[in-house]
Design a protein around this ligand. Sequence first.
Ligand SMILES: Cc1cc2nc3c(=O)[nH]c(=O)nc-3n(C[C@H](O)[C@H](O)[C@H](O)COP(=O)(O)O)c2cc1C
Length: 168
Amino acid sequence: MCQPCLLVLYYTQSGNTERIARAIAEGADAGGVQASVKRVEDCGLADLLQADGLALGSPTYFSNVAWQVKRLIDESIELYSGQQLKDKVAGIFTSSGTERDAQDCLRMLEIALGFHHGMSLVEPGLMHISRDAEEKTRTECRQYGGRLAEELLARRVPAESTTEDKER
Ligand SMILES: Cc1cc2nc3c(=O)[nH]c(=O)nc-3n(C[C@H](O)[C@H](O)[C@H](O)COP(=O)(O)O)c2cc1C
């Protein structure tokens, strides 16, 4: 049976969101899926389509996502009319100076991926606050990656199930 793949996408300026992305991917890998990490600037629509699940993260900027992340979201309108991302597993994460603003940023990601694209969000999204201890963050990220992996593995259709099996 093939391993489902999770694409963890992020933008970062000072490195926090990248650390979260990598720890989420580690957690997902440990949970049995094939996770890869990519900056949003390097991500095309084909990447979004190819992955079984996506996790999208941004630093919180003015209670919102960074424009680089919004650009990818806006470009994904091409996939919207055909509902091409619908029901894919999705994770959302942010790094922020404050929890209140992080919640706003996560809400933006939730609206785009969950409400508009109809993806299946693993909630609640993950927030990292700048003052959080490194070890706490790493543990939470790995756990979130593990939950994404569980969700992806739960949807896997066994390769050995034949048409005959399904008719029984
Ligand atoms: C342009 C800009 C806007 C920001 N706006 C907010 C904000 O509205 N609320 C907040 O709590 N932190 C804000 N921050 C702090 C960042 O969210 C925080 O430092 C984050 O960890 C940066 O992530 P990065 O290291 O991945 O770039 C802002 C930082 C920058 C550079």
